[in-house]
Ligand binder design. Structure first.
Ligand code: FE
Length: 156
């Protein structure tokens, strides 16, 4: 009896996972490297596709606090609402929350650090990293390259 219940649950979980995977694949924007190079500036390509980082304190959205929505510079997907942006002093635009489903997280152990990389869930473009030293209510700091984003004023 126990085995039956266990195997039944297992197969349900398995089905769930495989249907999620299918959905993720179909929602992704896929482009070849040549297509990305054509549609992005050199700087956008270096950061979004090659996981580069813009220099601290020089990004166009670091000190930018207008009302609106920040979208992915690679695919236009909505990433962050202006209400969640705050002055972290870290040198890059910082948000304490992301729009649900907009961001994917990945372990990043490069440069001798253990960090969590954040990417756009639609086009896989590199955005920055998320840290756990942010303000309430989430305690998170989504630290994002300005180059990875476009701003749409007044839009939600
Ligand atoms: Fe994107």
């Amino acid at each position: 009896m126990f085995m039956y219940v266990f195997s039944c649950q297992y197969s349900q979980n398995k089905n769930k996972t495989s249907s999620n995977k299918k959905q993720n694949i179909s929602n992704k924007m896929k482009k070849t490297e040549v297509e990305w190079k054509r549609s992005l500036t050199d700087q956008e390509y270096r950061i979004l596709r090659e996981k580069g980082t813009e220099r601290a304190f020089i990004g166009k959205y670091d000190g930018h606090f207008e009302e609106g929505v920040y979208e992915c510079a690679g695919c236009g997907s909505k990433l962050f609402q202006s209400e969640t942006k705050y002055r972290s002093g870290c040198g890059w635009p910082a948000f304490y929350d992301a729009i649900p489903g907009a961001i994917e997280e990945h372990d990043d152990n490069t440069l001798g650090m253990r960090r969590i990389e954040i990417t756009c869930s639609k086009c896989d473009g590199h955005l920055g990293h998320v840290f756990n030293d942010g303000p309430k209510p989430t305690g998170l700091r989504y630290c994002v390259n300005s180059v990875s984003m476009d701003f749409q004023p007044g839009k939600k």
